[in-house]
Write a protein that binds this ligand. Structure first.
Ligand code: UD1
Length: 337
């Protein structure tokens, strides 16, 4: 297949570009580099010995989107592009809604005009809001108790895709709900490169380990979990990337939705210990107040993806930490300026 990756220069997009290329698919990337670097795509080309067509465009702008995508030929789209910082989304809600939703609507219009009927969308376990039960399967309620505009854009885009498919039944869309992506390609050549202070746990720990941050702030230790700290389902980004390939190759027609997670929960302190093992020394931390909007525990039930996509995680949290550390220590400033 010729697969267009929107946001393909980003963290999950670049790892998926690599895995798709290794599987023999042809990859095209469109990105506006607002939170990514073309260097990631160059490194994927080096790692795979393949060439990837890279187009710079902002898909939220309908004219730019048309100009960029109309001349291209592709059979499927994986739509990663979007803004994803939870805190920022509460400060700039209109920007988040405009960027994430307009880009999706423009993309769907262009796909329909071109007759491209295969779409994979990057959703998030955040659509489940406050967990009503654990582990969470795909039948768990969504769009209730979502605490921030970023999360709402994911819930709304899921609904948009379902509505568009009713009016355009040829559309085959796969909605993938990611749990917590971590780690990097084992080469240490590509990885997560957050702008500014990392919001997420593992990139923050990695920056403590490399000496860029003084210590980890553990957000709360009074949750009803094994050690009182928040529990999440961490998934190695290479396993996540393989989930996209499985979705493109195995998903049934119509709209289908899958959790991509390991099914195993880890606490903040367990992640810290695993990272310390990878680095080979203890890392400083301090318990601080819980972060607004955080829940105690999120764990995926990945059985549907296991069964229908023939996909399951293969890598452990320890491997994710070792790979994240290989990336962070070799690239302390990420992809650079
Ligand atoms: C967050 C978002 C989620 C988004 C995902 C993208 C919130 C409420 N949720 O998930 O919508 O899809 O990122 O990757 O922001 N922690 C610390 N110290 C830190 C950072 C995090 O203790 O410096 C803790 C958190 O309290 C949480 C766990 O580590 O228990 C994981 O946090 P994080 O990596 O930010 O992911 P989520 O909050 O699960």
């Amino acid at each position: 297949m010729r697969v267009l990756l929107t946001g393909g220069a980003g963290y999950i997009g670049s790892h998926t570009a690599l895995v798709l290329t290794e599987r023999g698919h042809e990859v095209l990337v469109v990105d506006n580099f607002s939170n990514s670097s073309p260097e990631s795509v160059r490194r994927v080309e080096q790692l795979t010995n393949a060439s990837i067509e890279l187009i710079e465009a902002d898909l939220a702008d309908p004219e730019q989107a048309k100009r960029a995508l109309e001349p291209l030929e592709f059979d499927a789209v994986v739509h990663f592009a979007g803004l994803k910082a939870v805190g920022e989304s509460t400060e700039q809600p209109a920007r988040y809604y405009r960027t994430n939703i307009d880009s999706t609507l423009n993309l769907l219009d262009i796909m329909r005009a071109k007759g491209v009927t295969k779409l994979v969308f990057s959703s998030s376990a955040t659509v489940y809001g406050d967990p009503q039960y654990l582990p969470q399967d795909e039948l768990h309620q969504t769009g209730v108790g979502v605490t921030n505009p970023y999360g709402w854009t994911k819930a709304m885009i899921e609904q948009i895709i379902r509505d568009v498919q009713v009016a355009w039944p040829e559309l085959n869309a796969v909605i993938l709900r990611y749990f917590n992506p971590v780690g990097a390609h084992p080469s240490g050549r590509i990885g997560e490169d957050p702008a500014g202070i990392p919001n997420n746990l593992m990139p923050f720990i990695a920056q403590v380990a490399v000496g860029k941050r003084e210590k980890l702030m553990v957000f709360g230790d009074a949750y009803e979990t094994s050690d009182g700290t928040g529990v999440r389902d961490y998934i190695h980004v290479m396993d996540l990337a393989e989930g996209h390939v499985a979705a493109l190759e195995q998903a049934p027609s119509g709209v289908s939705t899958y959790n991509l997670g390991s099914g195993k929960g880890s606490s903040v302190l367990e992640v810290l210990r695993a990272f310390e093992k990878a680095v080979g020394r203890e890392l400083p931390y301090e318990i601080t107040a819980a972060r607004a909007g955080d829940v105690a525990e999120m764990v995926a039930d990945p059985a549907k993806a296991n069964r229908e996509l023939g996909w399951a995680v293969k890598r452990t949290l320890d491997e994710a930490c070792a790979d994240a550390w290989a990336w962070q220590s070799a690239n302390p400033d990420g992809y650079g300026a």
